[in-house]
Design a protein around this ligand. Structure first.
Ligand code: ADP
Ligand code: ZN
Ligand code: ZN
Length: 710
């Protein structure tokens, strides 16, 4: 009898262990990285083969049931990344591997690429005036270039219409999204040329380049041009963008330049997501634009990685496997020996620190492309100021002046709803969420009280729950309230509110943007959704209605985040011919962070802030991790963290303290903050951490390099 053939399998369970399985005689030996169906517990699961031909101490082994792939689902490079992540994020290998796979692949879907389902107009002209549906579809394809069958059906054309057009020879199938409408790019300016040449110089070797360019400086143009060399060498390019920035406009910009552009974002169906993933793996897609999880896409031959708005919070996954796609992009670039470009107008302090330590190379775009000027900043001291529901008299005058000069106005407020608090004027009672340690936000359209943390929704009470008086007052500002004030004060221009409540569909958002970009005077009221990457050429005034809230937060990253947000919002102003102004309302006009930002701009602010962090021994100068615990019973969470704390001797462990949001969905939340001198110290301490078996309802997690401590 030949010795048993034994392999190791990682299963998608929160267990820090891999399992030994036998390979039955009728199956061939699987390769590392292939998906396998294995018996697990009382049923079976899909795991990933992590080692073959291992020696096992176990006498009686279960056999694997099925090998799902002929080629590894997770190629060697990503397998290595997975192992790296288990060490760095202290997360079980099985779950890391599951996170890397698209969900259809996780569930065992076969790796078959769909038959070609993209259509474009053929050389035979179409003369079907009597068939309006066919004509409309034909004209659509003529105007928009190749489109997938599914997107055409989504757009209202039927499969029958496509078949009829195809039978008449008017349209034909074509490979993926090859684009035919190549646009002529603008001539790159000197700073852009220097940036592009530096990126090109690193073709074929690892380098991390921080492209720091003011808003509207033409960073995207630099990305587009630096992609030409890897693409000409038959290599692929990965572009990561923040969640909100992935709009049809972004995609179109890339599609107009390059063929075979694919996109990965959270609105895709599982099937389409897997298809795109497979096409990247096989090399059919040349350019992939995607949000955070696109960092796990396998490539046949990767040539360049670009991370746009690298400071953006959406690159950090905030639950489960808490990875940073930005940081992983650097790891992958090194593994592939290719350059990675991190672009931002407001680089993270992490990246600036890496520049300081000569790990990253910095590239600058100081000026706006096409000659537009940077906006000027002004502060309105709100103390003792008359105001109509949050819009001060001076600001009202400024808005009027801009509208009269036929400019567009953007009012920024980082809070949706009507008012963040409903207060009883008679007794001081406030409407609180029953499940969270938070106030309920009053909404007017539709009227309700809503908890922005757990999603609880209640009818708006008529009377105070405490003293029964009808003296309930909305206190504070939300976007709905600003919208209605703007309607009162400026009733002759359209007002567009843009926040998560008004723009649940990307289609509606695109419609609103189209109207705005017609260029007529209007007022936009919005949250940070408006801050990111959008190009509004006719905005001449940006007003930040309440700059204080962000600077006052206890989180150590709050000043950095607030400064980034202000600069990004301000960057929507004066992007084209007409110069822009930025007005900031503040009750604390002397706040040092705000003053430094206005006087020295983001670069000066960042230098001062980084110095502070280094002095305080906080990230990025020292590595940090949070251990979080939450439970219905607060004592359980506290004792788990205390148990953990006793095990840390060589590193600093602060806490346990209640999380800034101390109770959410009826669970009390606590955290222990770990700060080490060096990364190896931090990782060693976390590796040695032993947590005993814990009560069922107690949850805990490790967050390495936490983005926020909420
Ligand atoms: P960023 O990504 O830095 O915000 P964009 O790449 O979106 O900037 O460029 C802002 C605007 O300037 C766009 O309309 C773009 O087409 C234009 N632009 C970029 N580079 C140039 C250039 N060299 N000459 C003229 N216009 C340019
Ligand atoms: Zn009351
Ligand atoms: Zn709640």
């Amino acid at each position: 009898m030949s010795p048993p053939r034994v392999i190791q399998v990682a299963v998608p369970r929160p267990l820090h262990t891999v399992y030994d399985y036998g390979v039955p005689a009728e199956l061939s030996m699987p390769a590392i990285g292939t998906r396998l169906r294995v018996p697990f517990g009382r049923s079976n699961t899909i795991g990933i083969c992590t080692a073959i031909e291992v020696e096992t101490p176990h006498k009686r082994l279960k056999n694997i049931q099925q090998i799902l792939d002929s080629q590894p689902a997770i190629p060697a490079e990503l397998m290595q990344l997975a192992h790296w992540m288990t060490q760095y994020y202290h997360h079980p290998l099985g779950e890391v591997l599951a996170t890397m796979l698209p969900s259809a692949a996780r569930k065992g879907a076969p790796f078959d690429i769909d038959a070609v389902d993209h259509w474009c107009v053929a050389s035979t002209p179409f003369a079907g005036k009597r068939a309006p549906a066919q004509l409309a579809c034909y004209e659509y394809l003529q105007a928009n270039g190749p489109s997938s069958g599914s997107s055409l059906v989504e757009g209202g054309f039927s499969r029958q219409t496509l078949r009829n057009l195809h039978n008449k020879g008017a349209i034909e199938r074509c490979e993926v999204l090859t684009s035919k409408q190549f646009e002529t790019p603008p001539k790159a300016n000197n700073e852009q040329v220097l940036a592009i040449e530096t990126i090109n110089k690193h073709h074929g070797k690892y380098a991390c380049l921080l492209l720091e360019g003011v808003t509207g400086s033409g960073k995207t143009e630099v990305y587009l041009r630096s992609m030409a060399i890897p693409l000409a060498a038959q290599q692929q390019v990965l572009i990561l963008v923040p969640e909100i920035a992935l709009t049809p406009q972004t995609l179109r910009r890339f599609q107009c330049r390059f063929a075979n552009v694919g996109m990965l974002h959270s609105n895709l169906s599982d099937h389409d997501r897997l298809q795109t993933w497979l096409k990247c793996k096989s090399g059919k897609i040349s350019v992939l634009i995607g949000t955070r999880s696109a960092i796990f896409t396998p490539f046949k031959s990767l040539g360049l990685i670009i991370v746009d708005e690298e400071h953006d919070s959406s690159y950090k996954q905030q639950d489960g496997l808490r990875y940073s796609a930005r940081d992983l992009s650097v790891i992958r670039a090194r593994a592939h020996n290719v350059p990675v470009v991190l672009g931002s107008a407001t680089p993270s302090l992490e990246s600036l620190y890496n520049v300081q330590r000569k790990r990253y190379q910095r590239l600058h775009l100081h000026k706006r492309a096409g000659g537009a000027q940077m906006p000027t900043y002004n502060i309105i001291d709100m103390r003792g100021q008359t105001h109509t529901d949050g819009i001060s008299l001076p600001l009202e005058r400024v808005i009027k002046r801009h509208l009269e000069a036929r400019g567009q106005v953007l009012l920024f407020l980082n809070r949706r709803g009507f008012a963040p608090t409903l207060l009883c004027a008679a007794c001081g009672w406030q409407a609180h969420c029953t499940a969270c340690d938070a106030r309920l936000t009053l909404h007017r359209t539709p009227p309700q009280l809503s908890c922005h943390h757990c999603g609880l929704r209640l009818q708006v009470p008529k009377k105070c729950a405490h003293c029964d008086q009808t003296s309930l007052l909305p206190v504070g500002m939300g976007t709905q309230r600003t919208e209605s004030v703007a309607q009162q004060l400026f009733n002759d221009v359209p007002i567009y509110r843009i926040d998560r409540d008004t723009t649940r569909s990307t289609k509606k958002l695109a419609e609103q943007f189209d109207k705005i970009n017609q260029g007529k005077p209007c007022i936009m009221v919005g949250t940070q959704m408006l801050a990111k990457g959008h190009h509004f050429p006719d905005v001449t005034l940006v007003a930040i209605l309440n700059a204080d809230a962000g600077f006052l937060s206890p989180d150590f990253r709050a000043p950095e985040r607030t400064a980034q947000l202000i600069v990004q919002v301000a960057g929507r102003s004066g992007r084209a011919v007409r110069p822009g102004e930025v007005w900031i309302q503040s009750f604390q006009p002397d706040n040092p962070a705000l003053v430094s930002l206005i006087q020295t701009g983001y670069p000066g602010f960042a230098v001062a802030e980084l110095e502070q962090r280094i002095k305080m021994g906080m990230p990025p100068a020292k590595p940090m991790a949070l251990i979080r615990a939450e439970s219905v019973n607060p004592q359980e969470a506290i004792s788990l963290l205390n148990h953990a704390k006793q095990q840390f001797h060589s590193i600093e462990a602060l806490g346990p303290v209640p999380a800034p949001l101390a109770r959410m969905s009826n669970r009390s939340r606590f955290q222990l903050m770990l700060i080490a001198e060096t990364r190896p110290q931090l990782h060693k301490a976390l590796q040695q951490l032993q947590i005993p078996k814990i009560p069922n309802k107690l949850r805990w997690s490790i967050d390495v390099d936490p983005y926020d401590s909420m």
